[in-house]
Design a protein around this ligand. Sequence first.
Ligand code: CU
Length: 282
Amino acid sequence: MKMSNGQMGRRVLGFAVAATVLAAAGAAFAAGGTLGQPSPWEVTLQPSGSPVMDNITWFHNFLLWIITAITVFVAILLAIVAVKFNARANPVPSKTTHNTLIEVVWTIVPVLILVGIAVPSFRLLFQQLDIPKADLTIKATGKQWYWTYSYPDNGKFEFDSLLVADKQPRLLAVDNEVVVPVNKVIRVQTTGADVIHSFAVPAFGIKIDSVPGRLNETWFKATKEGMYYGQCSELCGKDHAYMPIAIRVVNDQEFTTWVEAAKKKYATNPANSYASIGAAAQ
Ligand SMILES: [Cu+2]
């Protein structure tokens, strides 16, 4: 096929743009992102902050290798067929219709691949669903459009957590953060007060629906101190995008101090007026 200079130019430009995008994505991939929050150009999972997320990340990469190997293998077979067995290269085709060995292989090998995927997959599912003995339970209630958290183990105080519009990180920062101790098993119980919401924090590898009339539970163990952000992940109405989840992970001593202060601060739960919800959602 002959190309004009214009066509050639456009094609080169297209390749250059594609290469730049890939390079930028590659750089983001290599950088590994920021712990606890999304980062620009991130193409992969957020860095892990819990043992469950470690395994999710491992499983994701494991599947990526398998799917890449299968894709490359099939592409090579297709290329061989196209080159070796086209009408010009192979004018008199063979009339073979069965090959027992190949048929056994292409039945057994996919089964083995699926078993190889199923084993770590079930192990991960059990790790997520079989909640270890909890050091601390918190309850997250999804509401249109904010979260209410209670600490039943620490005097049952409760507080509302609302988006703060002009604080960074944008659309993730809240007025009252959830505070939990590092390296402790935190059981999260969640429900919805009005419609279905979903409690999700990518760095901990948790996402669980908050359903009215139901108490769902999940768990995480934060392995590093810091801020971790998530969002409501079930379309719940007009301000669905404005009810972030912000979790501050601190050491034991800081946690005890915070609990004492929080008990006083949230003795009466004042943040629940319509005005404050409206202001935060703007
Ligand atoms: Cu929601």
